[in-house]
Design a protein around this ligand. Structure first.
Ligand SMILES: *Cc1c(COP(=O)(O)O)cnc(C)c1O
Length: 364
């Protein structure tokens, strides 16, 4: 028998979450962001459930090729644009739309030979300071693009640094409005957090929104809000089984470093999941976990292939019992990935993307 660890991808949840994003988006069209192999869910597995999107947005040309290979003829956007001149040939061949965030990308376009001019999204750096033209250089970049026969329609995009937090998006939105005022073209601003939390004008003024994490059923702003608050459903369940049970006497410890010591006699379970499966080693004692659908906690250090759970409140659970690291239990109980991430000092995004290749994946 293979190790019992398994990632299950829930098509019904992806479907529901896309619907949820569309409702939040008003009249704007929806890019399904499927970078990083659909945030770890697998592009091929997620595709059918997400094909009601208006387009797919991603970073790697190889991923764009996979989306085309699935038969998608609609828009595909390269969120970081091209990395080298050769990529433009694939953009022409696969009809990819691409972001343009720097002068070097315009130089490459100017030198590119193509029959069909490209649709581009000119990116403004409105304050995130990663990619994009500074506001005072935006019009020059726009004029350069406009003069190129290689360029067809020009749209505009920017990305928010604080859509999930207190600072919000207004300061960046004002910069965007000023920089793009009276330039004709479609606009795209919002990620999941902006779409759900800020809604209103930023969404209404936009032609395209770009939700990623929300599609996968993870709240973008935990612990402020959880997935249930946003009516999102987890699209991935990481499950395994207990492979052993131990009885600890008071004063006995478990695992490397003996970091957990029992204060009273207790029953503990050993689950077949460790950091080599993508479970975060930083998750210390007390990280939530479901055993037979009952919420309990991890104990001690996560090791490479195993972790330990408290069975105090699950007295009937023995070897073979279902363990849910995140997602849905057989009895319908849900453990949001963002809660596990929070206990490990990170975010749901990272855990979803980090599920290891050795974990078998099942589409459900
Ligand atoms: C990843 C990404 C998104 C999606 O962000 P979420 O927080 O996952 O919704 C949107 N836009 C850009 C440019 C991105 O890189």
């Amino acid at each position: 028998m293979p190790r019992p660890i398994l990632a299950t991808i829930h098509a019904d949840a992806l479907h529901h979450n896309l619907d949820r994003m569309r409702r939040a988006a008003g009249d704007a069209r929806v890019w399904a962001v499927v970078k990083a192999n659909a945030y770890g869910h697998g592009i091929e597995r997620a595709f059918d459930a997400l094909r009601a999107a208006d387009g797919f947005a991603l970073l790697d040309i190889a991923e764009a090729e996979r989306v085309r290979a699935l038969g998608w003829r609609g828009p595909i956007l390269l969120l970081e644009g091209v990395f080298e001149a050769r990529d433009l040939e694939l953009c022409s061949r696969l009809s990819l739309w691409h972001a343009v965030h720097c002068d070097e990308q315009i130089d490459m376009l100017a030198a590119h030979k193509t029959q069909a001019p490209h649709r581009v999204f000119l990116k403004l750096n409105s304050g995130m300071n990663r990619l994009g033209f500074a506001p005072h250089r935006f019009r020059t970049a726009h004029a350069r693009l406009q003069a190129l026969p290689q360029v067809d329609e020009i749209s505009f995009m920017t990305h928010f640094s604080d859509a999930d937090g207190e600072r919000g998006i207004e300061h960046q939105r004002a910069v965007f409005e000023r920089a793009t005022a009276d330039l004709p073209g479609e606009r795209s601003l919002c990620n999941t957090a902006a779409l759900l939390r800020q809604g209103g004008d930023a969404v209404l003024a936009a032609d395209w929104v770009r939700p990623g994490i929300g599609l996968y059923g993870c709240a973008p702003d935990f612990p402020g809000h959880d997935a249930a608050h946003w009516q999102l459903q987890p699209a991935m369940t990481l499950s395994t089984r207990l492979i052993a049970v131990q009885l600890l006497a008071a004063g006995e410890s478990v695992g490397y470093g003996s970091s957990f010591v029992a204060e009273v006699p207790m029953r503990i379970g050993i689950a077949a999941c460790g950091y080599a499966d993508g479970y975060p080693r930083q998750a210390g004692t007390g990280t939530p976990v479901l055993v037979d659908g009952v919420r309990t906690r991890t104990l001690g250090r996560v090791s490479m292939d195993m972790l330990t759970v408290d069975l105090t409140h699950v007295p009937d659970a023995g070897p073979g019992a279902e363990v849910i690291l995140w997602g849905r239990a057989g009895n319908g109980a849900v453990l949001p990935v963002e809660q596990v991430a929070h206990a490990a000092g990170t975010i749901g995004y990272e855990l979803l993307c980090a599920v290891a290749p050795r974990v078998a994946v099942l589409a459900a």
